[in-house]
Design a protein around this ligand. Structure first.
Ligand code: PLP
Ligand code: COI
Length: 354
């Protein structure tokens, strides 16, 4: 860590903590008492503040509203039995945030500012970290352009904000997904690798259509031929085929997930065969038809490790074996939870203690 950030703290005089129902935590709807806010102006980051969570006012000409220079991160904080708050792999998110920033012509945010801002918010709102397996404090850092100017050019001013939400599971049951062969999430040379707000805007209609057809989610394929598997709408995708852990290699069209990296690190640590490579739709369908695919699941911060129950292509549905018997994904989730909740030693040094 570099020097501690100089943060001006304005505490709320009316905490909502006591009136919050921790037994009912819909994802992303309940916010903690405070938020972190910083400004980028005149070529530097300044005005580091923690203020009560609440509405803000902006110019209607603010450039993000017109040209979409906005991107975000998602990470989680866990509470250990001894009361410690632990942020999971925040420097990885800091680095990905800056990859998004570079692609969207936004300023770099020094990784220590990223991590310290989160740590400071977690510290002040530590009473909001929910207990219980599967529960955590979801952290949403984001940056957007604020120049009140309608010309198309990179903004000169930005805001960086961090919100925190106590959450439970994002998906409550194994997913019924379809392989998307009409719409595309991203294209080569585009910004699919960035956690840009626009990537999610473009995914809403295809996801809505998939839901109308009775699916929970879709699996994106490459934008050129729809011949190769890319990722899920909110997570990376991993298969177990012929006993091997197979996942699409990341490229400029795919978000390089931190949960994906964590899971592959565990698999390699256990000496399991891992293949990161292009995965064709044809291969996936053949493995499903021939019963060679024993597991499929999504991996992401919000999704954690969510099993896939069935995969469809052009209306033809293929069931996977009961996820309750999944060997690898269940073991990985158990190990991951034990590390995150401080039950086993964090030998990989993934936990950042606040
Ligand atoms: N892919 C997409 C499109 C996502 O939204 C996410 C979630 O953040 C992921 C993959 C997984 O990334 P991570 O594991 O870093 O959360
Ligand atoms: C995350 O897992 O952090 C995500 O960003 C997924 C989704 C909630 C947008």
């Amino acid at each position: 860590m570099t020097d501690t950030l100089d943060i001006k703290i304005t505490q709320t005089s009316a905490s909502r903590l006591q009136e919050t129902d921790f037994a009912d935590l819909p994802f992303g709807k309940v916010f903690t008492d405070h938020m972190f806010v910083a400004d980028y102006e005149d070529g530097e980051w300044k005005n580091f503040q923690i203020v009560p969570y609440g509405d803000m006012s902006f110019s209607p000409a603010m450039s993000v509203l017109h040209y979409g220079q906005a991107f975000f991160e998602g990470l989680k904080v866990y509470k250990h039995a001894d009361g410690k708050a632990v942020i999971f792999r925040p420097y990885k998110n800091a680095d990905r945030f800056n990859k998004s920033a570079a692609r969207l012509c936004a300023p770099e945010l020094p990784r220590d500012i990223f991590v310290q801002s989160i740590a400071a918010l977690v510290d002040i709102d530590r009473g909001w970290i929910p207990e219980g397996n599967g529960n955590s404090l979801y952290i949403r850092p984001f940056m957007f352009s604020t120049d009140p100017y309608l010309g198309v050019q990179p903004s000169k001013s930005y805001k960086f904000i961090v919100l925190a939400c106590p959450v439970g599971a994002y998906y409550s049951k194994p997913l019924n997904v379809k392989i998307e062969t009409k719409f595309s999430r991203s294209a080569e040379g585009g910004f699919g690798f960035a956690k840009a707000a626009g990537n999610y805007a473009g995914s809403l209609l295809p996801a809505l259509e998939a839901m109308k057809e009775g699916y929970d989610q879709l699996i994106w394929t490459d934008g050129k031929d729809h011949a190769y598997i890319e990722e899920l709408g909110t997570a990376n995708v991993v298969f177990v085929i012929d006993g091997k852990i197979v996942t699409p290699s990341t490229r400029d069209t795919i978000l390089e997930g931190i949960t994906r990296d964590t899971l592959l690190t565990l698999a390699r640590h256990w000496d399991l065969p891992v293949e990161e490579r292009r995965v064709s739709v044809e291969e996936v369908i053949a493995a499903l038809k021939e019963g060679r695919m024993t597991e499929a699941f999504g991996v992401g911060t919000a999704a954690t490790i969510t099993p896939i129950a069935a995969i469809s292509l052009d209306g033809e549905r293929f069931e996977l074996p009961d996820p309750a018997n999944a060997e690898f994904s269940k073991k990985a989730l158990k190990t991951l939870d034990e590390i995150r909740y401080g039950i086993t030693p964090d030998t990989f040094e993934w936990n950042y203690i606040v």
